[in-house]
Design a binder for this molecule. Structure first.
Ligand code: PEP
Ligand code: MN
Length: 265
């Protein structure tokens, strides 16, 4: 179905001492103080990279839509103090230009962008000739071809360091999860692109913090390479995704309780 694409191992472009790679941080960068204090707490846990949304693609208007460029200098300050790579969601060529100007290390394409080939192609064209790793979340709907297409568009733009993020799929009938994991979809993706690194985002799959551990363990049982877990100092009062964020203390427990499946090869 798809041309043979070859992907570099995650460990060749993000430093992490042991599997899984852990990316943690708040759903949204709310204030400079929040970002800095969260980053300090996460540094103590030895996470491998930080995350925070600054352009937030909210499904409905009148929710917090992110601080935008105002938050970029905060990221610079955090990077200077804690020295960890920082990942941010981008959705337009303008976002890419601004994020790179401020030294953002890793870009990710959100589920509401992956769903739109015009949007993905615009992003891909803006990434041509730019050396930055790109994480590609699954599309919001359970459509494997859109995920594959987004990966191909970014790859064809010459981006060398790519990973997929599995964040679950929206369905009309809500079950246990905010977004149904449909594990067979990422499993199928891996049969098409066997060396594509894959990261699980249990926060957006679960939608509730009590589900994060089991979802993370399931991802590791399936030999995923990494986890992206939303972490907030005061989750109940988070400006976005309050129900699913965990405190740094809870993240530490989750990480220490996970049983890592070692690759058999
Ligand atoms: C997020 O990571 O905060 C986010 C908005 O993710 P998604 O695109 O998976 O909904
Ligand atoms: Mn979120």
């Amino acid at each position: 179905m798809s041309a043979n694409l070859t992907f570099k191992p995650l460990s060749s472009w993000i430093k992490y001492d042991q599997k899984p790679l852990v990316i943690a941080g708040p759903c949204s960068a709310e204030t400079e103080e929040q970002l800095l204090n969260t980053a300090r707490a996460l540094k103590k846990l030895n996470v491998d990279a930080l995350r925070a949304g600054i352009w937030k693609p909210r499904t409905r208007p009148n929710s917090f839509e992110g601080n935008g460029v105002v938050a970029l200098p905060w990221i610079q300050t955090v990077k200077k103090e804690v020295g960890l790579p920082f990942a941010v969601e981008i959705a337009t060529p303008q976002h890419i230009e601004e994020a790179l100007k401020y030294g953002v290390d890793i870009l990710w394409i959100g589920a509401r962008s992956t769903v739109n080939p015009f949007n993905v192609q615009e992003i891909a064209d803006a990434l041509r000739g730019v050396k930055v790793p790109v994480l590609i979340k699954n599309p919001i709907n359970p459509e494997l071809a859109l995920w594959i297409g987004a990966i191909e568009r970014i790859y064809n733009a010459g981006v060398e360091n790519i990973a997929a993020i599995h964040r679950g799929f929206s369905t009309f009938q809500k079950g246990k999860y905010r977004n149904d994991p449909f594990w067979q979809i990422p499993i199928e993706l891996k049969t098409i692109f066997p060396d594509l690194p894959i990261i699980c985002d249990p926060s957006h799959i679960g939608g509730k913090r009590d589900l994060i551990f089991d979802l993370s363990q399931k991802a590791l049982d399936l030999n995923y390479d990494g986890l992206m877990i939303e972490t907030h100092l005061d989750p109940d009062n988070a400006w976005s995704d309050a129900a699913q964020q965990v405190t740094p203390d809870r993240l530490a427990e989750i990480l220490s309780d996970l049983k890592i499946r070692q690759a058999s090869s």
